[in-house]
Design a binder for this molecule. Structure first.
Ligand SMILES: [Fe+2]
Ligand SMILES: [Fe+2]
Length: 319
C-alpha cells in the first residue's frame, strides 16, 4: 500500500471514530496532531489527484475546526438518558419537555362570530379553507404535514413581536412571549413527527416555500395592526385543524387510511406507550390543536375586553 492510500484510509478511519469515540479534549488534541501529521504525509506521499487531495484536506480541516471550536468553548455534546437508562436520541427536545397530552377536550367547541372583527376572521379562514380542501381532498398525511408548516408561524411571529414590545416598553409580557413560543415549538414538533412518516415531494416543498413567504409577512402585518384580530384568525384556523384531524381519525377508523406504528419521536414527545399507533398520535395532536384554539381565542377575548395581554397571566405549558 503506498503512502497516499494509507493516508486516505487513516483519515477516513479517524473521521469515523473521531465523532463517536474521541470526545475528550485530550483525544481532540490527538486527532488534531495526527491529522496534521497525515496532511504532512499527504504532501510527500507521491502522486494523487488534485481534486481528491483538496477534498480530503477540506474535510480534515472542517472536522478539525469543529473539534477546535467545541474544545475552545468547553462545550461537549450532552449525555442524556431516559428513565430506563437508554440514550436519549433527540436533540430538539429533552425528556423533561415531554408531556402527556390532555385529550379530554371538546372537539366541537366554536367561538361564534359576534362583531365585525370576528366575522372578518371567520370568513377569512372559511375562504382560505376552500382551495386547501380542493388541493388536498382526503390526502390526510400530506394535508397535515403542509399545514403544520403554516401553523408553526403565528406563535413565533406573535412571540417575537411581544418580545420586541417588552424591550421597547421596559415591561413584562405576562408570560405571553413564552406561551406563544411554546405553541410555535409544539406545532413544529407536529411537523417533525409527520416528517418521520412521509417525505414531501419537490412541488410540495416549493408550495411550502411560497406559502411561508406570503403567510409570515401577512401575519406579521396583521399582528402589528391588530393583535386581537390576528389571535382570532389563529383561533379559527385551529378550529379547522381540529376538524381536519377528526376527519383523519374517521378515515383511520374506517380503514380508508392505513394505521401504522407511531414514530419513535412521537412516543418520546407525548410519553406514549411503546405499542402506540399513528391513530394515538393523531389523537394527541388534535388535543394540542384544541388547546391552541382555546389559547388564541382567549388571547383575542382579553384584548376585545379592552385589556392588554400582560394583564392576564398567560397559560404557560398549556398544550
Ligand atoms: Fe399542529
Ligand atoms: Fe395548532
Amino acid at each position: 500500500m503506498n503512502t497516499g492510500a494509507a493516508t486516505k484510509m487513516s483519515g477516513l478511519l479517524l473521521r469515523q471514530l473521531g465523532q463517536r469515540v474521541l470526545l475528550t479534549s485530550a483525544c481532540r488534541g490527538l486527532v488534531a496532531e495526527t491529522s496534521a501529521n497525515l496532511r504532512h504525509a499527504g504532501t510527500v506521499g507521491g502522486v494523487r489527484y488534485k481534486s481528491s487531495l483538496a477534498t480530503d484536506a477540506a474535510n480534515e480541516e472542517k472536522a478539525e475546526n469543529t473539534k477546535a471550536i467545541s474544545s475552545y468553548w468547553g462545550i461537549a455534546p450532552p449525555k442524556i438518558t431516559k428513565e430506563d437508562g437508554s440514550a436519549w436520541k433527540w436533540n430538539c427536545f429533552r425528556p423533561w419537555e415531554a408531556y402527556t397530552a390532555d385529550v379530554s377536550i371538546d372537539v366541537e367547541k366554536h367561538h361564534k362570530p359576534t362583531n365585525l372583527m370576528d366575522k372578518f376572521a371567520y370568513w377569512t379562514v372559511q375562504t382560505l379553507k376552500i382551495p386547501v380542501g380542493l388541493f388536498f381532498q382526503r390526502r390526510h398525511m400530506c394535508h397535515a404535514m403542509l399545514l403544520e408548516t403554516v401553523a408553526a408561524v403565528p406563535g413565533m411571529v406573535g412571540g417575537m413581536l411581544l418580545h420586541c414590545k417588552s424591550l421597547r416598553r421596559f415591561e413584562h409580557s405576562g408570560g405571553w412571549i413564552k406561551a406563544l413560543l411554546e405553541e410555535a415549538e409544539n406545532e413544529r414538533m407536529h411537523l417533525m413527527t409527520f416528517c418521520e412518516i412521509a417525505d414531501p415531494a419537490w412541488y410540495e416543498r416549493a408550495l411550502v416555500f411560497a406559502v411561508q413567504g406570503v403567510f409570515f409577512n401577512a401575519y406579521f402585518l396583521a399582528y402589528v395592526v391588530s393583535p386581537k384580530l390576528a389571535h382570532r384568525i389563529v383561533g379559527y384556523l385551529e378550529e379547522e385543524a381540529v376538524i381536519s384531524y377528526t376527519e383523519f381519525l374517521k378515515d383511520l377508523d374506517n380503514g380508508s387510511f392505513k394505521n401504522r406504528p407511531a414514530p419513535a419521536i412521537a412516543i418520546d414527545y407525548w410519553r406514549l406507550p411503546q405499542d402506540s399507533t399513528l391513530r394515538d398520535v393523531i389523537v394527541v395532536i388534535r388535543a394540542d390543536e384544541a388547546h391552541h384554539r382555546d389559547l388564541n381565542h382567549y388571547a383575542s377575548d382579553i384584548q376585545c375586553q379592552g385589556l392588554e395581554l400582560k394583564e392576564a397571566p398567560a397559560p404557560i405549558g398549556y398544550h
